[in-house]
Design a protein around this ligand. Sequence first.
Ligand code: NCD
Length: 309
Amino acid sequence: MKKNNLPFPKNLIEASDLNKNHLEQLFEKAKYFEENFKQGIKFPDLQGITIATVFFEPSTRTRLSFELAAKRLSADVLNFTASASSLTKGESLADTIRTIDAMHVNMYVIRNKFSGVPQFATQITNKTIINAGDGKHEHPTQALLDAYTILKHYGKFDGLKICIIGDILHSRVARSNITMLQNLGAVVKLMAPGTLLPRCLNCWNLEIIDNINEAVEWSDALILLRLQRERMSSGLLPSLEEYVKFYQVGLENFIQNDKLILLHPGPVNYGIEIDFRISKLHNYLVNQQVTNGVFTRMAILSLLFEASK
Ligand code: NCD
């Protein structure tokens, strides 16, 4: 029987904008792009469309991945970098968006250090907005590529056990992943020092693991997070050494469960959240996440554009 495909929302601001049916359509589309990809050949989906990547915060993976995804779909791409713009001359965020809008841009990919900026942008322009990370709020396309990577490895989500370890308090990646992975049927647990967990912990109703060996034993997949010190006020950690001692995934931990896979959104700080030697192992999927990021972003750009027509 053919599934009833639900229309996509116009904007992607948070993981809850996508229900399970949308996610299944996205994974199918990403798989199509992955299977039919040939270097140098472009898909026609976004022919004649202009996409602006508007980044007010540093980025390597997300920015390049969106740019490449848009180009592989035949779009034109404008890259806006805050530090090289008229924002430094006092122009407002709203005027910046209005200026880009006047150039007939069709879609925006926005990153900002403040939570809520992509949502705010939907009030300035009626074009499609995709959130590429806002403060510690959400980063839905990171969750999408994480989920796709896990699906490719395990072929299912139902009952899959996933533990997110690290600085959950400041992590937009954790927030999007918790919503999306649970929505897909996975069981999510968290592991972090109490000072790096949000006070609203019980609103997620997730179990906390407080021992790295237990996390490794229990999990099918670990998602590690960086200590996001740029968003951290002092005094949240007694010392870095203590964090490393209790929360770092070491080589011994990792090989203790040989079916375990390890994901990390990057940037990785080796020697802090993870032992460098793990990066050489086949079930360390960080580079696969990057590759999958381009295909999943192609899928989201294509399906959101279809929906906005
Ligand atoms: C993350 C981000 O910027 O939110 N990285 C990413 O987008 N790949 C995570 C982080 O900065 O630690």
